[in-house]
Write a protein that binds this ligand. Structure first.
Ligand SMILES: [Zn+2]
Length: 269
């Protein structure tokens, strides 16, 4: 039995097994039905593993697009689901507070500018990239730093192979499962059942360890740079308090307070 009693799961779709095209991520597309089921199944396996390890509360944040993807009736009855968007800066992490013992990420994907996943992006497709202290930031990084701000460790991540490597770089103690390998415009995956089983096993393993070493380091000084696809968007974002134009298509923002950083990103990404 694990000491972990309360788990927060943030779930996206672009990093689930075998998904390769934008159509497959969209609510109104026929291909989507299959992949929302796969997203639900990957979340379900993580929940089952948590429950078997003795976790008492499992809170799942549906965090893709409209945040109405997970088929709730297919999740176990002990799970709580957060659906839709609150409109606040916590975004994909809405519902997380310092009472949680750890965070898990399911279906996460490589950041913008990366060739690790044909669906690579960070937060939206209007930007070329967002950098935190000079490094291209993934949604995993943005969300993990928020967890660190609250003092909550990261136990597990599943997603494309490149994303799992980035998670290990951020903290080698995070347990990961690669759901597919990006190959330029394509993906190579094992059978979904192989991935699902692996998620279950690795989540179980993640909960056996001491999670106190699983905090992703939150830098004291935070410098954010956002590069937009259009210069007009950068100009507009540069009016957010504390932001200034860096180039005609990018803005910068400096702070010592990550709470301010997530508000800035809410209004500029
Ligand atoms: Zn998504």
């Amino acid at each position: 039995m694990s000491n972990v009693k309360k788990v927060f799961i943030s779930a996206d779709i672009e990093g689930v097994n075998n998904i390769v095209s934008w159509d497959e991520t969209e609510l109104k597309d026929s291909e989507y039905t299959y992949f929302r089921k796969q997203m639900t199944e990957e979340v379900k396996r993580a929940c089952i593993a948590c429950h078997e390890a003795g976790v008492e509360e499992i809170f799942v944040k549906d965090a893709h697009d409209y945040a109405r993807n997970i088929i709730f009736s297919e999740l176990p009855s002990y799970v709580k689901l957060h659906r839709g968007w609150e409109g606040g800066p916590c975004s994909m992490m809405a519902g997380l507070d310092s009472s949680f013992d750890c965070v898990m990420f399911i279906g996460y994907h490589s950041p913008s500018k990366s060739d690790g996943n044909p669906l690579a992006h960070t937060m939206n497709t209007r930007i070329n990239y967002v950098k935190i202290n000079g490094e291209i930031a993934s949604e995993f990084l943005i969300n993990s730093l928020y967890a660190s701000y609250l003092g909550v460790p990261i136990a597990f991540l599943s997603g494309d192979e490149n994303m799992t490597k980035l998670a290990k770089q951020a903290n080698p103690n995070i347990k990961t499962v690669a759901t597919k390998v990006g190959s330029h415009g394509a993906v190579i995956s094992e059978h979904p059942e192989v991935t699902n089983k692996r998620i279950e096993e690795q989540v179980k393993l993640a909960l056996e360890g001491d999670l106190s070493q699983n905090i992703v380091l939150l830098p004291k000084k935070i410098e954010i740079e956002v590069d937009y696809k259009t210069h007009k968007e950068a100009y507009s974002a540069s009016f957010f308090p504390g932001c200034k134009l860096k180039t005609s298509s990018s803005i910068e923002f400096k702070t010592n307070d990550y709470a301010k950083a997530i508000v800035m990103m809410k209004f500029t990404l």
